[in-house]
Design a protein around this ligand. Structure first.
Ligand code: BGC
Length: 383
């Protein structure tokens, strides 16, 4: 009897505790900071982990502003890491094809590493054949950013800042850059880019995450179903510089207006696919006029994971990991083979500084470069 009495009291206590309203902490979003090591020059590098309380978690390092891991739930609610990368800073320091990194000052290629602005010719590093790629030898992907926790009660937010000095990598003007990563309660990773300059310059910032919605290292991405809200794309020459043509996607393997797997047409006998070794092309987004607009949707049928991309940018580079070749071993010992990840880099058109017909990428003193891209995650039931 006595035991029964105690048991009853215990049970009622347990019920009281479980029924009591959850302690109001003010927010479910959290941010954790830890050391990620030091650069070769001895600069401290940190890793920030943002969580939203809904099973989405993103880890970002101050080295290159790199998204090191991004965990999202599949249709069964199981979270997996869906971006390629390395377990430690060392992997990134050894060199890699821009896994997860912030790209600047100019995402994508500038022909022959040259452009003329206000009658002055600027010479940039030539680091991709005869062209300039992703900001040069030491682009924004290889610098250490200053970090600040700017979270609100609703969302975990990490602000990264970097001052790119006048002449850095050949670009004019002191460029002051702020990139804010926010993990929202709606399972969105929102990236706000802001830059100002003290001299006329060119800017085109993006993020270079390689996604595999089945989980990083879990095979190639050819089965992912992609929709891109674009009626035209930019054909490229042999060095992957846009020819200037804005080609309609209709009737070509570049048409993703209706969901299509990446692999469905990638092997077609098409000159542009051959030049890119697959998709490595810039899409001109429909209706992009500075407002946040749906740009793309990706669905991975095995896991059910869905990624939507929204952006204020006029274009999106679809890159299907055509230069991955199994020489890099990433997180958890996973070997990154051919087409094990894809990128959707929101941006202005490649080589705009040399192509006056393309939307301008010139930033002047007193003006603000301001863009936003959102990667929104969810999962779909099996069809
Ligand atoms: C480019 C590719 C390049 C890759 C990694 C992408 O943004 O379009 O051509 O190989 O970045 O460097």
């Amino acid at each position: 009897m006595r035991f029964r009495g105690f048991a009853l009291i215990g049970l009622s206590l347990a019920m009281l505790v479980s029924c009591a309203p959850k302690k109001e902490t003010g927010r479910t979003a959290t941010m954790k900071k830890q050391s990620f090591g030091k650069t070769a020059a001895g600069v401290d590098v940190d890793l920030y982990t943002l969580a939203n309380g809904n099973g989405v978690e993103v880890a970002i390092t101050t080295y290159g502003g790199i998204v090191v891991s991004l965990k999202t739930p599949d249709r069964a609610g199981l979270s997996s890491d869906i971006v390629l990368g390395f377990d430690s800073l060392d992997g990134y320091l050894k060199g890699h094809p821009y896994f997860g990194a912030l790209i600047g000052r100019y995402g994508n290629r500038i022909a022959k590493g040259r452009f003329t602005l206000n009658g002055v010719e600027y010479k940039l590093a030539v680091n991709n054949g005869e062209n300039h790629l992703h900001g040069g030898i030491q682009g924004f992907d290889k610098v250490v950013w200053k970090a600040r926790d700017v979270s609100t009660p609703e969302a975990a937010s990490l602000e990264l800042t970097y001052l790119s000095k006048d002449g850095e990598e050949g670009y004019p003007g002191n460029l002051s850059v702020t990139v804010t990563y926010t993990l929202t309660a709606k399972n969105e990773l929102k990236i706000d880019y802001l830059a100002t300059t003290d001299k006329d310059t060119v800017v085109n910032l993006t993020n270079h995450s390689y996604f595999n919605l089945a989980g990083q290292g879990q095979g190639d991405i050819l089965g992912h179903e992609v929709t891109i809200n674009a009626g035209r794309f930019l054909p490229v020459d042999a060095g992957l510089i846009p020819t200037g043509e804005r080609k309609a996607v209709g009737g070509t393997p570049f048409d993703f207006n209706r969901p299509m797997t990446i692999g469905a047409r990638i092997q077609q006998d098409d000159e542009q696919l051959k030049r890119g070794k697959g998709y490595d092309h810039c899409y001109i987004l429909n209706g992009s006029g500075g407002a946040l607009t749906p740009a793309a949707r990706v669905h991975e049928p095995k896991s059910g994971r869905v990624m939507e991309v929204l952006t204020t940018e006029p274009a999106l580079q679809l890159y299907t990991g055509n230069f991955l070749d199994g020489t890099l071993t990433g997180k958890g010992g996973k070997v990154y083979q051919f087409r094990y990840g894809f990128c959707m880099e929101t941006q202005h058109y490649p080589d705009s500084p040399n192509q006056p017909d393309f939307p301008s990428v010139v930033l002047k003193p007193g003006a603000k470069y301001q863009t936003t891209t959102v990667y929104r995650f969810s999962a779909e039931a099996a069809r």
